[in-house]
Design a binder for this molecule. Structure first.
Ligand code: AMP
Ligand code: MG
Length: 354
């Protein structure tokens, strides 16, 4: 029988991991544990430019200002001291260099100060893991759509393999750039709805207005963006709703088409949707209808966890640590701006927490 202070009693204590997200616009810190309620804190600080897109150096300086208090808040809210942590997880990529460096620096300092292992986490893997954990779909085809990524992926032989992706810009980038250029954003999202969705209200689909491009398993959005901007200029303010509506229908339908082909190709019976654009009600519904027609079990990630957050990094770090995946010496935690999803071994699959 285990008694206090023996090795077996100390191993039976739940593990806690602190996770840091800083790949793009959100500085997120969270503590996740092995027992209910699992996500013990989830602190987020958003960089929101008043005009234009994200400037990497401005994001980095914003992150540097908020990092310390965000870490303190996440630990306090979780009721976990830094010494109680089993490890410090950090998203080392893919993402913007200056932003990634802030998260990596904070993680290195914490891990070194408390002699904790540093757990490298791939941001895309984390979007998938938070979807598997929150939906309970253990082996889904994953539609991952965000500001920087548009990927259809599923697990096969040790890794998440890419079954389709954008050949140029990401879906979120298409929506953000179009709405910024025509002057209806920022803010990009108000009340959970993207500017393109709000602008599409009252609009109609205009046949032949914009190009629909799907190449095999892949989508392409840069031609669509150029054509939509041109159409908006030509048709003027009075018909902007038609352009927004047509743009959205084409952009989302292309995703649904490659997702459907991915299901047929891989034979998976589960489907999930994750990443920032997964908060779109319109896209959620389009995928639901397709999944229903195919008899596939479909659950999108809860909207709260669609966008970037620290909880998905801490969760993935904890899964990695429990599975014996390699950790890093803090000094060797280098960022990887172009770290691809299919480079990462996923030894914990298909298990999750709970
Ligand atoms: P992420 O980097 O994963 O946080 O995703 C950010 C992207 O998600 C940005 O391009 C946002 O415009 C987009 N996004 C956030 N909420 C919504 C929404 N409700 N509908 C469509 N896109 C959204
Ligand atoms: Mg993201």
């Amino acid at each position: 029988m285990a008694t206090a202070g023996t090795r077996s009693s100390s191993r039976s204590r739940p593990l806690y991991v602190l996770g840091i997200e800083s790949t793009a616009h959100t500085f997120g810190v969270s503590v996740v544990g092995e027992e209910e309620p699992f996500i013990l804190s989830d602190v987020r600080r958003h960089y929101r430019p008043e005009r234009g897109g994200i400037l990497p150096r401005e994001v980095a300086s914003f992150f540097s200002r908020v990092a310390g208090e965000a870490v303190g808040e996440a630990l306090r809210e979780a009721g976990v001291g830094p010494r109680d942590l089993a490890g410090v997880a950090v998203a080392l990529g893919p993402g913007m260099g200056p932003a990634l460096r802030v998260g990596a620096t904070v993680a290195r300092a914490l891990a070194a100060a408390y002699s904790k292992p540093l757990i490298p986490v791939n941001h895309a893997v984390a979007h998938i893991e938070i979807a598997r954990f929150t939906t309970g779909l253990l082996d889904p085809l994953v539609v991952y759509v965000s500001g920087g990524n548009t990927t259809i992926t599923t697990f096969l032989e040790g890794r998440y393999r890419v079954f389709g992706e954008t050949l140029d810009i990401a879906l979120g980038n298409l929506l953000d750039t179009f709405s910024r250029e025509v002057g209806i954003a920022p803010p990009y999202v108000v009340g959970g709805r993207h500017a393109v969705d709000r602008c599409a209200e009252g609009g109609d689909y205009v046949d032949g207005l914009l190009p629909y491009v799907v190449k095999g398993q892949d989508v392409s959005y840069s031609g669509l963006l150029t054509a939509a901007l041109r159409a908006a200029r030509r048709l003027g303010r009075g018909r902007l709703a038609d352009v927004c509506y047509t743009l959205r229908e084409i952009a989302y339908s292309a995703i649904v088409e490659v997702a459907e082909r991915g299901l047929a190709h891989t034979g998976k019976g589960q489907l999930t949707l994750t990443g920032g654009v997964a908060a779109s009600d319109v896209l959620r519904e389009k995928l639901r209808l397709m999944a229903e027609a195919r008899g596939v079990d479909y659950k999108p990630v809860p909207k709260r966890y669609a966008g970037d957050n620290g909880a998905m990094i801490a969760l993935t770090g904890l899964l990695a640590l429990r599975s014996g995946a390699p950790t890093l010496e803090p000094a060797r935690a280098f960022i990887r701006q172009r770290w691809r999803l299919d480079e990462v071994e996923v030894p914990w699959y298909p298990s999750t927490l709970g």
